[in-house]
Design a protein around this ligand. Structure first.
Ligand code: AMP
Length: 284
């Protein structure tokens, strides 16, 4: 595996690959890799000849007081995991390389960005979209993968590719979970053993909704109540939102056809966790 830290070196390396007719796959991450990130590598590897992964903790998507400074980092471990899974080129730019100056021109996510995470973290998706667009211009991949775990992010990026005419195939990879259901997340390291147990309420609540849907329940509010019943009964879990929504605009639905998203965010101790299911796609 090669590693570069500058946009110039990245472009030089990829120009050679492109000239040789190689298809480029790309996986953007903030590092502290786990099996969810590595499933994205597998997804793009199937469709490309050269796999690029970026590791960049993007200051633009954190608000003051969030966990930017304590976001978990372990580059030596990430290098070993990425190389072991077949990443060909690792791009690890310093902050000054990505933002030599505070950007004056940034993206805005519109309606789907204002909901859910956007309510709790105003400006978050503007930062995400801006850095992802920069990375896509730098790498210019044929195919890029994102995780269903961050479904609002994936929804907005899909819309950005369409609205801004980026000729890139996007894959959304199903959420990778621990055997007990907890969605893998770099932030899970913040959880104490008791919090780790409490956090299972998120996936349990979503599973209850998926089960009800599989049993014929189609009413949006009833499905929402299934999740709420589990989360409200869970000690040490403070719900931020539970949403039953259409997959395009993320607007609440009264009736829930297949493809409807059930999404949840909750604070467990000081850690904020998110998870979701797509009705009709999940094993209930
Ligand atoms: P992050 O490093 O948290 O910014 O995540 C980088 C990419 O990995 C994003 O596209 C995430 O949606 C994806 N991802 C994170 N956790 C998971 C997971 N448990 N399963 C699948 N993809 C994930």
């Amino acid at each position: 595996m090669e590693e570069v830290g500058t946009v110039a070196a990245l472009r030089e390396r990829l120009a050679a690959a492109r000239a040789a007719g190689r298809r480029i796959g790309f996986v953007p991450t903030m590092g502290y890799l786990h099996d969810g990130h590595l499933a994205l590598v597998d997804a793009v590897r199937r469709e490309s000849d050269l796999v690029v992964m970026s590791i960049f903790v993007n200051p633009l998507q954190f608000r003051p007081g969030e966990d930017l400074d304590r976001y978990p980092r372990d580059l030596p471990r990430d290098r070993a995991l990425a190389a072991g899974r077949g990443v060909d080129l690792l791009f690890v730019p310093p902050v000054a390389e990505m933002y030599p100056r505070t950007p004056e021109v940034t993206l805005r996510g519109g309606e789907p960005a204002a909901r859910w995470e956007g309510e709790q973290r105003p400006g978050h998706f503007d930062g995400v979209l801006t850095v992802v667009l920069k990375l896509l211009h730098q790498v210019a991949p044929d195919v890029v993968a994102f995780g269903q775990k961050d479904i609002q992010q994936a929804t907005l990026i899909r819309r950005m590719l369409a609205d801004l005419d980026l000729p890139i195939t996007m894959r959304v990879v199903p959420t990778v979970r621990e055997p007990d259901g907890l969605a893998l997340s770099s932030r899970n390291v913040y959880l104490s053993p008791a919090e780790r147990t409490a956090a299972l309420a998120l996936s349990r609540g979503l599973r209850a909704a998926a089960l009800a849907w599989a049993g014929g329940e189609r009413h949006g509010d009833a499905l929402r109540q299934r999740v709420a019943a589990v989360l409200d009964g869970a000690e040490g879990v403070a719900v931020d939102y539970i949403a039953v929504a259409d997959p395009d605009r993320l607007a609440p639905v009264t009736e829930a056809p297949a493809g409807t998203i059930v999404a949840v965010a909750a604070r467990v101790g000081a850690t904020r966790l998110i998870d979701n299911v797509i009705l009709g796609e999940e094993r209930a």
